[in-house]
Ligand binder design. Sequence first.
Ligand code: PBG
Length: 317
Amino acid sequence: MNTRLRRLRQNPEVRRLFQESDLQPRHLVQPYFVVSGCGVQKETRPGIGLWQMSADVCAKDALALLERGVGGIMLFGVPDIKDDTGAKLSEQLSTLQRTVDTIKKARPTAVVFADVCLCSFTTHGHCGIVHEGTIDNDRTLPVLADMSVLLARSGVDFVSPSDMMDGRVAAIREALDAASFSQTGILSYAVKIASAFYGPFRDAAHSAPQLGDRSSYQMPANNRREALRELALDEAEGADALLIKPAMTNLDLLRDARERTELPLFAYQVSGEIGMIRAAADAKMFDYDRAMLETLVSMRRAGADTVISYYARQWLV
Ligand code: PBG
């Protein structure tokens, strides 16, 4: 035998030296669901890290997490009032804006992402404007652009469109630049699969579609070439970073993306993924933390620079 791979595994220090992919706090982004009120802190399904928090609690929690080295935070606004036109966005975003403001006053360099999508903001729960019974792509673009400018104005560093309308990255870039936010970046959810794994999120974000589903705008899980087109298109439209979700079922696409673009890549370990691991661990099938860390390092190995995961807070707090 002239090859013995066990030579590279013989003790912890040898293994550390030869380690290829790693997972550090800076590689993770923690999502939060920002709700109205004061002193609100509610995990919508215990144990899987989807926290609804009011602005005061969220800002404090996020600052503590950033202090522990987490890469950034991702904010989802969950407004009390719903509106189907986009006319009430500034009112609907006020709690989220207050959160960003508090965080930025305490820590100006905190990296803050905010989701751009209409599903939590409308009565019907679709990600775009509904017109004559369809989700109207081109009527949605200016609303997403307005939302992005409002978020940029409140100090968000990266707006993160997750709606899957065509042309939204270009529309958002143009609106940001026109409003003098040329420094505000776009993390685009380029490959977002119409997935069963978003279930727990929709409770936390109040965003379940009231009729129909999202398959006329989110991507089918069946199509690899279509995913590559989504990635290329968002890059061409000016995205600063690209995101793929869910993560665990799309590690191949993450690897494809890594080989085709030089842009930073994000994976989103979605609510149903962490929920599935929690449920299996609760049923004593395996150790929760070991399983979580294994999935996260697999995403790094597949090509993710950063992983958005509800586990960040569980790991670091
Ligand atoms: C909103 C959005 C969704 C997720 C992130 N942004 C849900 C959806 O499309 O229904 C899912 C995240 C998760 O499940 O953790 N468009």
